[in-house]
Unconditional design. Structure first.
Ligand code: ADP
Ligand code: MG
Length: 319
């Protein structure tokens, strides 16, 4: 298969055809028409085999996740996703890998009505880099820097399931089959909280998506907003399966292992009622408050200070 055939066979065929794509795959560059008066939110994420995913990872899940992590970044900005680019290095042109990879990616693309508009393809160690673009009205993007003392801190969904599944796969813990079945999807096919992010535009002061663990990502909000926070472990939403393993793994797994792709956001008191009205399907849970004093204070179930041993995922830590 030539490079051109590969692009035509796997990437040029897709169900999404947006009116704002003047020219997509096939020319030297895509031509895109953003809506008048909106800002463009642009993000990219790099997935490297052996670093971000296990070399034998299921290609359908990889296709889903490669796009999902980008949509999650747009969600965290409150942006409405529109387009994406796919840069791919492949060891070989293997249809048995490419077909399920594309199925996973395009299924999620369809769900969010985002169109693949270009990219680049090369031979090389398996690496997937997607760049996604979305729209947000000027001044309405959710920034990391907007948190204010007194804001309530919330997270969507539940935390820790992806980390639990990863521990099982790496052999650190042995999950019974029904527990693994309950959490594996959270690691393999995260759900980007796109609609939730968009509805938070007029309500939240700040937001981030949790990709490196709550402590690290909430830490970014605190740092960029020049504030501190207090959170309670007993308020952190976890699934029943995750909760049943915390005795064994400790809370650090939930707080510092990342890959949740939930949103963490802060809301001023005066918007609490508006937030209650939203009631998104994934739910959201108050976990603490923003305080003027810098630093993150965590209290455990008995009200005593909790000192985490890990702070979050960092690719260059301890190098
Ligand atoms: P160029 O030589 O100008 O980089 P290519 O031959 O690499 O062009 O790409 C031809 C067309 O196919 C371009 O429109 C490019 O955006 C698109 N394309 C290449 N690789 C991918 C990919 N992995 N996914 C989507 N579109 C791709
Ligand atoms: Mg090229």
């Amino acid at each position: 298969m030539t490079e051109f055939e590969l692009i035509r066979t796997f990437f040029a065929r897709q169900d999404v055809a947006r009116a704002d794509v003047v020219a997509g795959i096939g020319d030297d560059a895509a031509l895109l028409q953003p809506p008048a008066g909106q800002q463009l939110a642009v993000t990219s994420d790099l997935l490297v085999s052996g670093v971000h995913f296990l070399p034998d990872a299921d290609p359908f899940s990889l296709g889903h996740k490669a796009l999902a992590v980008n949509l999650s970044d747009l969600a965290a900005m409150g942006a409405e996703p529109a387009w994406f680019m796919l840069n791919l290095a492949l060891p070989k042109a293997d249809a048995n890998w490419l077909q399920p990879f594309c199925n996973g990616m395009f299924e999620l693309a369809r769900e969010h009505h985002v169109q693949l508009v270009g990219g680049d393809t090369s031979r090389g160690p398996l690496t997937i880099a997607i760049e996604a673009h979305g729209f947000v009205p000027p001044g309405q993007a959710l920034r990391r820097s907007g948190a204010k003392a007194g804001d309530r801190i919330y997270v969507t969904g539940t935390l820790g399931d992806a980390a639990l599944a990863l521990r099982h796969r790496l052999g650190g813990i042995r999950l019974p089959e029904h527990d693994l079945a309950a959490v594996a999807g959270r690691m393999d096919r995260p759900v980007p909280r796109v609609r939730e992010g968009m509805t938070l535009r007029s309500i939240a002061h700040s937001a981030i998506d949790i990709s490196d663990g709550l402590l690290a990502d909430l830490g970014h909000i605190l740092e960029m907003s020049r504030v501190g926070a207090r959170i309670s472990l007993d308020k952190i939403p976890v699934s029943p399966v995750c909760r049943s393993h915390i005795g064994e793994t400790g809370w650090d797994m939930v707080l510092a292992n990342g890959d949740d792709y939930e949103l963490c956001f802060t809301v001023p008191e005066q918007h609490a009622a508006a937030l209650e009205k939203l009631r998104p399907a994934c739910g959201f849970h108050p976990i603490g408050v923003i305080e003027a004093e810098p630093g993150l204070r965590i209290v455990d179930e008995s009200g005593k200070p909790y000192q985490p041993r890990q702070s979050g995922h960092d690719h260059f830590a301890n190098n």
